[in-house]
Design a protein around this ligand. Structure first.
Ligand SMILES: [Zn+2]
Length: 296
């Protein structure tokens, strides 16, 4: 699915007045009820504008050294992905969204409406529509996850990878996800559990596997597991533990030390291959994922 398909524009609703009668306008979408205009800029449909304060708030938080460095490296998406896997702190051995899409929809995914909320630059599957608060490369819809521009019960699958913890109003964001997925539709959610504070651009919350089940109470859990298990949690804790003394010197030294110890300790995370065999590992995991199907 892409944002120009008629079946997609039909599910749009106005995030400002909740009108369901959105119209295609010249180079964008138009709400006839509140007269809001949502332009297409650089092939992305923009539902938040630079004058409503949202972008400025996030941009200010994104202005720290490490976030600027990340944004810089993200100009080469494949380099960013390579670095994440090569010297990362998380093993990412659990089931990922692209496999979930293949398992759930098979070769029918092209006709389905699949939305990745907080996608960043990553296109996890060619049929997925990317949504983010920032107009990164590969983002199709620029919108706030707390006011999704979609009708109730209209989306076949919502994907959200390590995004919920970065939203200041996470319960509202989850409520929106639950609202827009159709009965029989799916969510794939991943969220850190035992991972220290990480601003990207900020960090507000954690959820356990039981917390995810409770938040998505009108969904049937299909699969719950760890993307990064106990070894990933240990590596992540240790890299901050060893880097902390450097924060006396300067913020920049602390950041450099964090990345240094991450690179040194990162091979340890593959102990997760063993820990995945132990049933209680989910209770000591770095990042957990939840796949649920909305009840009819
Ligand atoms: Zn409107």
């Amino acid at each position: 699915m892409n944002i120009h398909a008629k079946t997609f524009t039909e599910i749009l609703s106005c995030p400002q007045c909740a009108s369901k009668n959105m119209l295609s306008a010249e180079n964008g979408m138009h709400c006839p009820t509140c007269r809001a205009l949502y332009p297409i800029k650089n092939s992305a449909l923009h539902f938040t504008s630079s004058d409503d304060g949202t972008i400025q708030r996030y941009t200010k938080e994104a202005g720290t050294f490490i976030n600027l460095l990340k944004a810089f490296i993200k100009k080469w998406p494949s380099l960013f992905v390579f670095l994440t896997y090569a010297i990362g702190n998380i093993s990412y051995l659990g089931q990922k969204p692209n496999k979930t899409i293949r398992k759930v929809f098979g070769d029918r995914s092209e006709e389905k409406i699949l939305i990745n909320i907080g996608s960043g630059i990553t296109r996890v599957h060619p049929d997925v529509i990317n949504l983010d608060i920032f107009p990164f490369k590969n983002v199709d819809i620029v919108a706030d996850a707390a006011t999704l521009p979609f009708k109730d019960n209209s989306v076949d699958m919502i994907i959200s990878e390590s995004t919920i913890e970065h939203t200041p109003n996470f319960e509202k964001v989850i409520k929106e996800m639950r609202r827009v997925v159709r009965p029989g539709g799916f969510v794939y959610i991943s969220i850190p559990f035992l991972v220290p504070f990480h601003a990207s651009p900020n960090d507000y919350t954690r959820l356990t596997h039981e917390g995810l089940k409770q938040q998505f109470y009108d969904f049937t859990p299909k699969k719950i597991g760890a993307l990064g298990g106990p070894a990933s949690a240990l590596v992540t804790l240790l890299m901050y533990f060893f880097a902390l003394p450097f924060s006396i010197i300067s913020e920049a030294m602390y950041n450099v030390a964090t990345y240094f110890f991450m690179a040194v300790l990162s091979p340890l995370r593959f102990l997760d291959l063993i820990f995945y065999l132990f049933p209680r590992s989910i209770e000591v995991s770095a990042i957990i994922y939840y796949i649920g199907e909305k009840k009819s």
